[in-house]
Design a protein around this ligand. Structure first.
Ligand code: TIU
Length: 221
């Protein structure tokens, strides 16, 4: 039976069985000191308020038996899947360099992995993505199609980079996307604000915005 999520710009009706939670890049490299986010000059503590709301939504999806998918941004140890434009943006090269959390944004390294608070459990697909969007050069669309998913509940970091890119990609592939405002984070408070506004503006040009409390309430009703 369909459920209703309180959201902006208007309430969203969704079928739980055709809805998936997408946890975007909740990796140490973005949320912990010593990782990629900090190397780029950011204060990673700004993202950490998302962890607890994300944990509650993750719990709610797991206990309802719904699909949960995690993504991780990163590259092969050889960096053969890291475009030169990304590797040396601005003349600086952090990706692949050795840091306190291992080689930055490299698969298999400590910093690349998902933070322990939100660690995937058995059966939850993990999408390793070389780009910002979770659909680019991954099998995410195939997995979602195979499971007849139509609605994506999107959480993760950062709001205006990988969350936005993923929502835009999803929108053009026919998915309904809802972004939970307290479950997405940015290093820039103004980008957080305007990033969320951009999603729901113009009658929901990219999708809906809601929050963790409304999402868990909708699943329990
Ligand atoms: N730098 C920044 O805000 N984000 C990223 O590089 N990747 C993600 O958003 N995951």
């Amino acid at each position: 039976m369909n459920k209703v999520l309180e959201a902006e710009p208007f309430n969203l009706e969704f079928g739980p069985a055709s809805t998936a939670l997408i946890m975007v890049d909740m990796q140490r490299d973005f949320l912990e000191p010593g990782g990629f986010g900090e190397m780029l000059g950011n204060d990673v503590s700004l993202l950490r308020s998302t962890i607890e709301p994300c944990r509650r939504v993750l719990e709610a999806f797991r206990s309802a038996g719904l699909l949960v998918i995690h993504t991780r941004e990163g590259h092969r140890p050889s960096l053969s899947d890291c475009l030169p434009t990304k590797l040396t943006r601005g003349g600086k090269s952090f990706i692949g360099s050795q840091g306190p959390l291992g080689r930055v944004l490299v698969r298999g390294e400590k910093g690349h992995d998902i933070i322990p608070e939100l660690y995937p459990i058995a059966g939850e697909p993990i999408i390793d993505k070389p780009g910002k969007g979770a659909f680019y050069s991954t099998d995410l669309h195939l997995i979602l199609t195979t499971k007849s998913i139509r609605t994506l509940v999107v959480c993760g970091v950062t709001t205006e980079v990988c969350v936005h890119t993923t929502v835009r990609e999803a929108n053009d592939r026919g998915y309904e996307c809802v972004v939970l405002e307290d479950c997405v984070g940015s290093y820039f408070p103004e980008f957080q604000k305007y990033g969320l506004m951009m999603i729901q503006a113009q009658g929901g040009i990219f999708g809906w915005v809601s929050n963790s409390q409304k999402m868990t309430a909708a699943l329990h009703n």
